[in-house]
Design a protein around this ligand. Sequence first.
Ligand SMILES: Cc1cc2nc3c(=O)[nH]c(=O)nc-3n(C[C@H](O)[C@H](O)[C@H](O)COP(=O)(O)OP(=O)(O)OC[C@H]3O[C@@H](n4cnc5c(N)ncnc54)[C@H](O)[C@@H]3O)c2cc1C
Length: 408
Amino acid sequence: MPDITFELNEDQQQVRDWIHGFAVDVMRPAAAEWDEREETPWPVIQEAAKIGLYSLDFYAQQYFDPTGLGIAMTMEELFWGDAGIGLSIVGTGLAAVGVLANGTEEQVGTWIPQMYGDASDVKVAAFCSSEPDAGSDVSAMRTRAVYDEAKDEWVLNGTKTWATNGGIANVHVVVAVVDPELGSKGHASFIVPPATPGLSQGQKFKKHGIRASHTAEVVLEDVRIPGHCLLGGKDKLDERLARARERAKTGGERVKNAAMATFEASRPAVGAQAVGIARAAYEVALDYARTRVQFGRPIIDNQGIAFQLADMRTRIDAARLLVWRASWMAVAGKPFASAEGSMSKLFAGETAKSVTAQAMQILGGNGFTREYPVERMHRDAAIYTIFEGTSEIQRLVIARTLSGMPIR
Ligand SMILES: Cc1cc2nc3c(=O)[nH]c(=O)nc-3n(C[C@H](O)[C@H](O)[C@H](O)COP(=O)(O)OP(=O)(O)OC[C@H]3O[C@@H](n4cnc5c(N)ncnc54)[C@H](O)[C@@H]3O)c2cc1C
């Protein structure tokens, strides 16, 4: 029995085929409509909830898959179906992972189920970190959380932007500054429970792609939340802040940033989404190139087309291998000594963008119309070099990790 395999096991193949069936039967037929409507596809999320594909149990099962490939496989298949709808289905997971990474067991048990709701009343959740002046530069964050000791409440004020599901979420996870002197070490994450006064949706963005996913500003005006909504609890926060202040005073050794380690582990999941989009566009292009006849022969008979398809497929497979390696490293507890998580997201994101552009070219005029899906896939792919850390920021992380130098 070899130690290494590049295949999914039997259980995983079954799950993959099940998701693929949902992608073919439910997501694909709905994709163009929800892209045009630019709205959250609630009926599709509900369908997913009915069969258990939108549920805490399913994602927990994939998240804790001992091979590490459960989430990567799920993401690839859903985003092969459609990226906008896919993001509406998995967007809640970003907030759920925020609670899993920083919350107590009790917080995980209380809040994550409320993020998903149930099949008869589905809910979504939002993770709100980005701000108008704090995108790549998280340390510029301004949203403040101040502790009101007399009432054991936190008071949140600020404006978040670009939040997936922002304002329509049942539960919002909000990152805020608790100690402005400490830069990004002075941040903490909070749960804003359903229907909390003071939280409102600001502008909803009209986007280039992933238009079936809701993206909006979230405005926080004197939002009062109970003390127990601080993820991880007050004692842990106080300890962490004391350590950070001590290090700032003594100029002590820089400890590895826990948030960075979390990002490294979650980036392959985003890379897997990009692989799904790229694979979908490649398949459409391959099919078209085989059947479209010009100059009396299928266009794939031209090396200029066939070699493009060969390159597209090679890049997709390479991207998947990087994603799978990083996913396996995360679950095996391997240190990301060369920022392998960032590598996978960088390469897969760039691959989705270039492969979908090539697919449009292979479809000629048809590729440029909404009669064929590659135009939408190309628009959807563009976000993969921007969100969850832009391609430039991934390169920065990789270069800093490799060199140990504070490259700017
Ligand atoms: C559709 C969508 C959904 C999103 N969902 C969420 C969400 O759910 N929650 C959330 O918190 N955020 C979300 N975001 C925010 C997203 O993560 C940010 O847009 C992203 O981090 C980039 O920040 P920015 O847009 O402010 O760009 P900026 O940081 O202003 O960057 C602008 C350009 O400058 C480059 N740049 C910046 N700094 C450097 C540097 N040091 N070296 C080289 N180049 C640099 C960037 O790479 C980019 O090309 C979402 C964004 C979008 C568009």
